[in-house]
Design a protein around this ligand. Sequence first.
Ligand code: NAD
Length: 713
Amino acid sequence: MMDKKSTSRAAHRKTRQALPEERQRILMCPPDYFGISYVINPWMEANREYLRPDEATRQWNAFKDRLAAEADVEMLTPMPNLPDLAFISNAGLVFGDTVILSQFRYLERQREEEHCLAFFEKLRYEIIRMPEGVFFEGAGDALFDRGAARIWLGHGFRTALDAAAFLSDRLQITVLPLRLVDERFYHLDTCFAPLAGGYLIYYPKAFDAHSRRLIEETIPAEKRCAVDEPDAVRFACNALDIGTKVFLNDCSGEMEKQLAEWGFEVNRVPLGEFVLVGAGARCLCLRLSETLPKSSGPHGSPLACRSVTLEGQLIDSQILADALDRITTNNGNFVIDEFRPGPRRQDNSFARITVSAPSAPTLQKIVAELLEQGARLEDADGTPARLETVQRDGVAPEDFYATTIYPTDILVAGRWMRVTGQRMDGVIVVGKSAGGVSASVSLIRDLRKGQRIVAGEKGLRIHTASKIDGEKESFSFMSSSASSERRVETAVDQTAQEMVEIRQRGGRIVWVCGPVVVHTGGIPYLCEMVRMGFMQALLGGNAIAVHDIERAMFGTSLGIDLNTGKGVVGGHRHHLSAINRIRECGGIAEGVRRGVLTSGLMYELVRHDIPFCLAGSIRDDGPLPETRMDLIQAQTEYAQLLQGSKMILMLSTMLHSIGVGNMTPAGVKMVSVDINSAVATKLADRGSMECRPVITDVGLFLNLLARRLREED
Ligand code: NAD
């Protein structure tokens, strides 16, 4: 695969002829102790048995002799127990009489550092060391561009992203980080070769999308040669150019042709034994005659950094692990600058983390996700929140801050204030109130032109939720497909106890139910709990009501007899008949008044004057007259019924449980009962960490819960 070529062959040749022809100095290290004595890349694992050290030595010598005709080859003494010293390009990054020494990621290769240091010291090189903990694997990952003053830096497997900022600062040069994503190409030089004149050979699939874009935006199409996998795996990109000669293990005719058009001559040097361990020609050489290009314009690295803090139950709630995971899966990197674990069970832990990312937008995305998890920005204490004006009804300024479920403070007019009406996926409106300034959460659709909303992430403090008092369950609870019987009983006991306490204090318990409650025989228990005063509102869809009413009228659920579990003749139309009868009455309450509906959950709700909201969906039959097909109205009613709730029981409905989870601020106890852990995982992903997941059959759960509450009553 070759990029489109617009520059003529003659023009390329001219560029090449204009380049200075200097005799280069190349450092090599004989492979006397080369072999696979450990595995640090996938090639080594696969080829352990096939490597022939004698043949490797023969190939290396042949390569060295070819090179010696074109450059001055110098030698580093090989050392026993350092089999990878032959891959000398990883010793460091050399320019002029300075070397930036490598800090290897793997212990096995860290042993090379001392030997390389002694070599460079002996030759009186100025030695620069990377900051502690910042991995850097020399000219294997840091490659000078040959057309402009910049360094390309590979990261993702060996070198750390943070090395980009260090190099850029220290060398006053632009450093462009490229994230490697294919572990076969673990160093940048295995898949990327800048050539004299600003040309580039590379294997695009070794990089993530962002990096591919960066390459495409930086190197013009006519100077890029994107190779396919067959070339990549024979390490055609691990090429060393000396003048117009390009030394490489092997490459396709197509690639050779492209190089010829640019004025380069391919020199094949068979290095199959080194390819077996994941290396080619360039890995075996370190240029000693590099000069540091002078940057004329502004330099830097698109690398962006930000310091955040996390406080709370970081370890047992897995908040820290989750935060670090989010950073790395979004292509970022982190350094934990400070960590103070809470010594006792009830104590909070504290972490201060520097997050770095290859670009400002990536960092912004990571930070936004961390804020959702309750992180605070380090500079939160001094900088006020930025406010933007709404320009159109129902549309937020682009940079709006999206709210989380956690209690949030904002800094406006010189003081911190708590945001009211907390829920997730809203925006913060700052307005005037009797007491001065007020801040409350609003949905985007409710915004009005002229309102001021919070934009960006500055001037915000988000309080990480701590877990429900005394609760030690975590989401590891859900690691199996179903909770053990003992665990279900424990969850039922805790839930029952809390329900009793809430009822004693006059608190509200809201239930969210799907139709499976009916199919699994849970309705009698639910009705009993309504009668005992444990339900203050019901949220659900059309189906819970339809199937409950079908059961009340016909003893079936979707045509299945709930006592025998068998289909009933003509049962398939029962749910339609149930809907029809209620429609004929004009609604459920009227059905109860007329004696058409005489039992079941909906009957009990009407009898006990308990509010409910049925939110419509595309699946709905009928629907029942009460079902809100206007979803904005349904969302508003849900939010109203949820206000002031102390506990929410979410039973076997993914749709409505997640909808409710998003509307609920932190601090409300949630119990999610579902046979599948996906619902609880989704709730956790959205930040509703205070949810007790019970992975079990909902009919069984309701049976146990009603029994437990009966005993308590
Ligand atoms: P959903 O897919 O959102 O949720 C169903 C949940 O039940 C799943 O998470 C599943 O894992 C869980 N589940 C299945 N068996 C279980 C068991 N034995 N114990 C515990 N959990 C179990 O579907 P939904 O909420 O049922 O329906 C989505 C929407 O479609 C709702 O608005 C509903 O009202 C509507 N709907 C309408 C009709 C109708 O009008 N006839 C019928 C079905 C659904």
